[in-house]
Design a protein around this ligand. Structure first.
Ligand code: ATP
Ligand code: MG
Length: 217
């Protein structure tokens, strides 16, 4: 069972997230991709993040009709920040359908990978699951440095057969070029505030939800 995890604030989810995840899922033959909105993104000021319920519902609307995608509320609840390491540990601890834990691929953009050293227990996390780093315009790609300290990066060996950097623990970091749409949630929020349309940047269901709930005004 190959499971993709796509974490984010998703404030709101947009076609950039969806298209990239679709391409990566196809590339790796994944069985499923979970979109996991962070209830309390540790690295973003809480006052600037929209209600968790709204963000989760928008993710749910966005993935509707795609059998490969689902919305996950694994990071719901509590005042505590949501840490990826805890989420991955929980998934690995839950018994899978076949009894064996899934092979987990954490999918993220290059911008997010650049900040990996600020993530809780990042060294352990990299040994626990594989990472797929998607290229994004304006961010260089394909190298562990400068995202990781040189001494940690030196633990990895490049493996030709899988075109990835392999960790001694058996996990890998894959850099993959995907059709990156230059869309960001920040810009979408600004556009809504200015009264401009976000049609074709987000699924219609998400656009309707934002309008109905009067989000980002
Ligand atoms: P914000 O502008 O609020 O930071 P965002 O558009 O960057 O929002 P996030 O929820 O922060 O979205 O990102 C979640 C994940 O999706 C991150 O790993 C990020 O790198 C990735 N991502 C964001 N936008 C895109 C995009 N257009 N294409 C591919 N990946 C993206
Ligand atoms: Mg972001």
């Amino acid at each position: 069972m190959k499971l993709g995890l796509m974490g984010g604030t998703f404030d709101p989810i947009h076609f950039g997230h969806l298209r990239c995840a679709q391409e990566v899922a196809e590339m790796f033959g994944m069985d499923s991709v979970l979109f996991i909105p962070s209830a309390r993104p540790p690295l973003k000021p809480a006052a600037e993040v929209s209600d968790y319920g709204d963000r989760l519902r928008m993710v749910g609307l966005a993935v509707e009709g795609n059998p490969l995608f689902s919305a996950s509320d694994l990071e719901k609840g509590g005042e505590k920040p949501s840490y990826t390491i805890d989420t991955v540990r929980r998934i690995l601890a839950a018994p899978g359908k076949q009894g064996s834990p899934p092979e987990i691929f954490f999918i993220l953009g290059m911008d997010a990978f650049h900040g990996i050293q600020r993530w809780k227990d990042w060294e352990e996390l990299l040994a626990l699951c594989s990472f797929i780093v998607m290229t994004r315009p304006g961010h260089e790609n394909g190298s562990l440095i400068p995202s990781l300290p040189a001494d940690y990066a030196a633990r990895y060996t490049y493996k030709n057969d899988i075109d990835a950097c392999a960790h001694p623990a058996g996990t890998s970091i894959f850099f993959r070029a995907v059709t990156v749409l230059d869309i960001s949630s920040t810009r979408i929020r600004k556009m809504v505030r200015k009264g401009r349309t976000i049609r074709y940047l987000v699924p219609d269901s998400v656009r309707d939800y934002i309008e109905q709930r009067g989000l980002y005004k």
